[in-house]
Design a binder for this molecule. Sequence first.
Ligand SMILES: [Zn+2]
Ligand SMILES: [Zn+2]
Length: 129
Amino acid sequence: MDFANCKRCGRIYRRIAGELVCPACRREEEELYQKVRDYVAEHRGATIMEVAEATGVDADLVLQFLREGRLAVVSGENMRYPCERCGREITTGRFCERCTAELARAFASPKPDQEQGKFHTRPGWSRRP
Ligand SMILES: [Zn+2]
Ligand SMILES: [Zn+2]
């Protein structure tokens, strides 16, 4: 069995793939998420700070919802925060469009130095029987 520490309350819980918090915190987060989503849906154009103040939800958690893309449907132009890679202002997800494209490219093609490493360590190249 796989156990982990909840990143929110620190309690040890049985890990569920892709979850960083225990089921109790997940439930609590879900309630806060609905609160935030409802508020944002009614107040399009609100900023992260305004939403945090009005709902009583921590601004970091509002940011987390945005980064997870869960508020994409309702969030407006004013909910801006920095791209995790370059710091450009974005309104949904973790990276700006440019970084998303660059990251996709980086993952798609092998790095040049890896190719070179392969060449130098090719077996039998310098060894003779
Ligand atoms: Zn927890
Ligand atoms: Zn970026």
